[in-house]
Design a protein around this ligand. Structure first.
Ligand code: ATP
Ligand code: MG
Length: 300
């Protein structure tokens, strides 16, 4: 089956600087793929190349099996990249009508997409009177006009308040569950983890990690504080094997499974040890992201 998005050794240079380097990106049909990276990582540049808005320096791009041509139209692709140009003095609905006319989409679609993004009640208000969240919704409505099979969204939750972000997450999941493929970018790992099935991490224009979202949070440890600690260490090593037991001062960290916790507690108590703490420690997603991208901001 043809891939919604497939790039091979895709690169974009601005002068001598590489914004995107040898990128091999594949998005599978029906998935929500999160393109994650700090400011300046090359996310927008990549998405613009996919849409034919920027010409690659080298490498290949296929979007739904076709090579995007600069200035050309992509069938079955809806996009929200950078603030789309709307007429400030027209209402949200009239802006969509203009776009629908240009895109040769039936007028009825306007009401449908307004309903989808939850803007029906404010559809008659001028665009200039919209809040940032409403503007984002209208942008998404515009991307949905042609009922695309593939949605490409550059930082769709950017600038939204927590409630607005949550709404946008639900909306994107709904759009995806209707069978669409979604490729979105973000610089927030927590955000991507909640919306996406798979995540690719971009830093300095290179894809440095790619994995299913549920693997991001793996690697939980169980922290045990028991007295006396030496006896606890001996017992736990014999139960789990040395390689899964790590002493950290007066505490012991275990590479344990969810199902092990009860048994571990029982064994310790049974051996006459005093257990004062038994606590799961899950890796912090943002910490994982910083480690993956090798530090703080890579803005250049
Ligand atoms: N038109 C341009 N001319 C020169 N350099 C550019 C141009 N567009 C992007 N760049 C550079 O390419 C790099 C990647 O930029 P890009 O906008 O793709 O990053 P991004 O991951 O989208 O960042 P952000 O999270 O800030 O949106 C940056 O160093 C940027 O300065
Ligand atoms: Mg960007």
């Amino acid at each position: 089956m043809e891939k919604p998005v497939e790039t091979r050794r895709l690169s974009k240079h601005y002068g001598r600087a590489a914004a995107v380097r040898d990128l091999d990106l594949t998005v599978e049909p029906g998935e929500v793929y999160g393109f994650l990276g700090p400011n300046g990582a090359g996310k927008t540049t990549t998405l613009r190349m996919l849409l034919g808005l920027v010409r690659p320096t080298s490498g290949s791009v296929r979007v739904r099996g076709r090579e995007p041509r600069v200035g050309g139209h992509l069938d079955g692709v809806g996009a929200l990249v950078e603030g789309p140009a709307f007429y400030p003095y027209l209402s949200g609905r009239d802006n969509l009508r203009v776009l629908a006319h240009h895109a040769k989409v039936r007028g009825e679609r306007v009401a449908t997409v307004l309903e989808t993004v939850g803007l029906t009640d404010r559809a008659r208000d001028r665009y200039s009177a919209y809040s940032l969240g409403m503007k984002q919704r209208l942008g998404l409505a515009a991307a949905l006009l042609k009922d695309p099979a593939l949605l490409i969204l550059d930082e769709p939750t950017n600038g939204l308040d927590p409630a607005g972000m949550a709404d946008m997450r639900v909306l994107i999941r709904e759009l995806a569950s209707a069978g669409r493929t979604v490729l979105l970018s973000s610089h927030l790992l927590g955000e991507v983890a909640q919306i996406c099935d798979r995540v690719g991490v971009l830093a300095h224009g290179e894809l440095i990690a790619e994995k299913p979202v549920d693997e991001l949070a793996s690697g939980a440890t169980l922290r045990v504080v028991a007295d006396p600690v030496d006896a606890a260490l001996t017992l736990l090593s014999s139960l789990l094997g040395n390689e899964r037991v790590h002493r950290d001062g007066s505490a012991i960290d275990l590479d344990a499974d969810e199902s092990d916790a009860g048994r571990i507690n029982n064994e310790l108590v049974h051996a006459g040890l005093t257990v004062t703490e038994l606590r799961w420690h899950r890796p912090d997603l943002e910490q994982t992201f910083l480690e993956l991208t090798g530090g703080n901001s890579h803005a250049r």
